[in-house]
Design a protein around this ligand. Structure first.
Ligand code: ADP
Length: 212
């Protein structure tokens, strides 16, 4: 974990070093595109580190739930804006306008969707379609986060929600474990369906009224 926290700092320092060189050379030829590329690298690394720190904080359960009336569609839209989206990923959103607010902890649910959406994007390095859908179903609301990415091999399925299980070079494997415990902390469920080479769908079901 310490490595995963330190690596983004190294990348940011390198990007700052190049930016500093450009500024001190008074290099007028450098295009805005090049500057933007370095700023984008720094931005991406800050995202990565923020997610790791948030996962660690949620993993160590340092904050109890704070319940309010939560508009899930708004949380999902905000999350889609917060997660850095490559141009090669097309986002389809199908958010039920008549979705009721639910009793929930907004920060906890935001972390759930940051994790699911980040994983979906990372599963599509060559690009693809990210679909997010919400519906009311009886006393629950259901949210689907689907990608057309790499898919999950059958043998990885039993470990998916285990802490520190990761297949990524730059991963710490806390995302799904934290996600499941936050969902279950809302008396909800999370399920996954995946086909290698075709994509993955995570389905989160949360009660509208949180009892207990
Ligand atoms: P991390 O992202 O740090 O690896 P997670 O707990 O979020 O940790 O995910 C654990 C593993 O589950 C990932 O390394 C990846 O192998 C797999 N995974 C999660 N979401 C997806 C997805 N949408 N598509 C393919 N694999 C996934």
């Amino acid at each position: 974990v310490a490595h995963e926290l330190r690596n983004p700092l190294m990348v940011m320092r390198n990007a700052l070093y190049y930016l500093d060189r450009i500024v001190s050379q008074g290099n007028a030829i450098v295009s805005a595109d090049i500057l933007r590329r370095y700023l984008h690298i720094i931005d991406g690394e800050i995202d990565r580190q923020t997610k790791i720190i948030n996962d660690l904080l949620f993993f160590s359960r340092n904050r109890p739930r704070q319940l309010t009336d939560v508009d899930l569609n708004a949380i999902i839209s905000e999350t889609l804006m917060r997660v850095t989206m490559p141009e090669s990923v097309e986002v389809h959103r199908d958010l039920d306008a008549s979705l009721p607010t639910i009793r929930a902890d907004a920060d906890h649910l935001q972390q759930v969707f940051v994790n699911l959406i980040t994983n979906a994007v990372q599963a599509m390095p060559e690009g693809g379609v990210l679909s997010v859908r919400t519906r009311k179903d009886g006393a629950d609301v259901v949210i689907w986060v689907a990608d057309t990415g790499a898919g999950i091999p059958e043998e990885a399925m039993p470990n998916l929600f285990q802490p520190f299980f990761t297949t990524k070079e730059k991963g710490i494997g806390l995302g799904l474990s934290v996600t499941r415990s936050l969902v279950e902390g809302h008396r909800g469920t999370i399920n996954v369906e995946s086909h290698v080479g075709q994509g993955t769908t995570f389905t989160v079901r949360l009660p509208v009224e949180l009892v207990g």
